[in-house]
Design a protein around this ligand. Structure first.
Ligand code: 13P
Length: 309
């Protein structure tokens, strides 16, 4: 029942065929749903938060909520900062009790990305906290990060090896074709597995991270649209591709959009069908239930992390 780093869970997953879900939190029901699913599946899990979500939740509530989830559930899990923009944000999160931080220097040129990552690694390691960095640029929109598809660039394997060696970073997010948000592919979904396997071959013991990994489940899109939503044809990463990626060093699979979609689908349905009710516990509870179901499904069928805690 403690917040732990990802060190041990990644060491087990890095040369295996399963990965660990890193789920973004935006409110209390989401925190509870993620941890409940991990308990029910006996699965390792990572709770993560970006800075905009943390400001919405408010930093003090964010930390206390996550600590309460560890205490209440009786399980260990990692608490990670998603897309830390600069050294100051990462330092603040280390000081607040996060066990893992991401420094996202991917918008900077290679050398600058290395320098800022190294600075965060030095501070975090001195405080027992692990660090994720990103090399290459993912397209899509996610809170504070917005990258046009034309500006997206895939990770270069040789650069990944040099980056990890020179920065001492604990895990590396790679760009191989995924993107943030609900609109990931214009045509057929495509991930560059050749590139991923080259990266994994060069740095076999470095846990790799896949951002933008939501499947954008059609049933949630349909449910949102059936109850008043207007979400046109969205597309995500097929589950079979995530399963495949886990064989090439992908240890951490980031999911935010699917949680938001499940919550919205459940809330829309509950409010539309129970028109006389005005009890937030009913619709937020329905959202929590659907998220538990969705995450359990991912742990069993896509991540393969059930029973691995
Ligand atoms: P999705 O938008 O695919 O859920 O990705 C979330 C993510 O990568 C968080 O960093």
């Amino acid at each position: 029942m403690a917040l732990v780093t990802t060190k041990e869970m990644f060491a087990k997953a890095v040369n295996s065929d399963y990965a660990i879900g890193a789920f973004n939190i935006n409110n209390m029901e989401i925190v509870q749903a993620i941890v409940d699913a991990a308990v029910l599946e006996n699965s390792p899990v990572i709770l993560q938060v970006g800075t905009i979500s943390m400001n919405y939740l408010r930093p003090a509530y964010t930390v206390k909520l996550v600590e309460a989830a560890a205490e209440d559930s009786g399980i260990d899990f990692a608490f990670h900062l998603d897309h830390g923009e600069d050294f100051e944000v990462c330092k603040r999160c280390v000081d607040m009790g996060f066990t893992s931080v991401m420094i996202d220097g991917s918008k900077h040129p290679f050398e600058e990305n290395m320098a800022i990552t190294k600075q965060v690694v030095e501070y975090a390691h001195a405080h027992g906290v692990v660090v994720e960095a990103e090399l290459g640029k993912l397209a899509g929109v996610e809170d504070s990060v917005s990258v046009d598809a034309r500006a997206a660039t895939f990770t270069v394997p040789e650069e990944a090896a040099e980056f990890v060696e020179k920065t001492g970073v604990d895990s590396l997010a790679v760009a191989i074709g995924t993107s943030h948000g609900a609109y990931k592919f214009k045509g057929e979904p495509y991930l560059d597995f050749q590139r991923l396997s080259e990266i994994h071959k060069l740095i076999p013991d470095t846990p790799l991270v896949l951002h933008g990994a939501s499947s954008v489940l059609p049933e949630y899109i349909d449910q949102c649209n059936a109850y008043g939503g207007a979400i046109p044809s969205a597309t995500g990463v097929p589950e079979s591709m995530i399963k495949e990626a886990a064989k090439y060093g992908i240890c951490k699979v980031n999911v935010d959009t699917d949680i938001k979609l499940a919550m919205t689908a459940a809330v829309r349905k509950q409010i539309a069908e129970d028109t006389s009710s005005f009890d937030p516990r009913k619709y937020l509870g329905a959202g929590r239930d659907l998220i538990i179901e969705m995450i359990r499904h991912k742990m069993q069928a896509m991540l393969g992390s059930s029973g691995r805690r």
